[in-house]
Design a binder for this molecule. Structure first.
Ligand code: ZN
Length: 221
């Protein structure tokens, strides 16, 4: 444990780093985040749209010709949209919570192991490096060097061994809100034609508008 005292100093030491905050790595990360954000939005909109389209078309077909049909379709569509929004939003929130808890537990366990069995963890890292084609002697050396920097050591174990990002945790509340909002946006689309028109015109308008939005949404994602 000779290295136990020095890492703390190294961690805080201000080393001149010409690559710090490189605009390239920044924009790549942002681009990736944006892509996954777009996918989230598309999924919510599609889900809301398809659910309500099925519902309004079904009710419109079933009640065709009835005097109260128009209001019935609107109420059914809006009720479906709200129910779906709540259920999908809650689902996304709970899934986010479960994922976050799982990740936290795995990181916590790994941290404990790094403290309690440093030698096993060193061997593990050597194995991981060798699996990736690093020769044994270099792997030994690399692992020892990494272990000098506690934060990097921990991150490397978490990322290479558990295959998860050690970065900031996801926000389940945000996941839930994004899902709820995007579902509602999608769900409102097939309902709009029933507000401005009625009868067969509204049914066709709703299907057409839904199809156009679905194609457009798929094109931008
Ligand atoms: Zn480990």
């Amino acid at each position: 444990m000779a290295a136990a005292t020095s890492p703390q100093k190294k961690r805080g030491a201000a080393v001149h780093n010409p690559f710090a905050g490189s605009p390239e790595s920044e924009s790549e990360r942002e681009a990736l985040a944006r892509r996954s954000g777009i996918r989230e939005v598309v999924f919510g909109v599609q889900d809301g749209l398809l659910t309500t389209m099925g519902l309004t078309t079904g009710v419109a077909t079933a009640t065709a010709g009835a005097a109260v049909a128009h209001t019935t379709i609107l109420i059914a569509g809006l009720a479906g949209a709200l129910a779906g929004m709540v259920s999908m939003g809650t689902g996304a929130y709970l899934a986010g919570c479960a994922e976050r808890d799982l990740k936290r537990a795995a990181i916590h366990k790994e941290r404990g192991e790094l403290q309690s069995q440093p030698l096993e963890e060193h061997r593990e890292m050597v194995g991981i490096l060798m699996e990736r084609g690093v020769p044994a002697a270099t792997a030994e050396e690399l692992s020892r060097s990494l272990a000098q920097y506690p934060q990097l050591w921990e991150e490397t174990h978490i990322e290479k061994e558990l295959g998860i990002s050690s970065g900031p945790h996801e926000s389940p509340v945000r996941d839930g809100l994004v899902m709820a909002a995007t579902f509602l946006i999608g769900a409102v689309i097939p309902i709009v034609p029933y507000i401005v028109a009625s009868g067969l015109g509204a049914v066709i308008g709703s299907l057409l508008l839904s199809a156009v939005v679905l194609v457009w949404v798929n094109a931008v994602s």
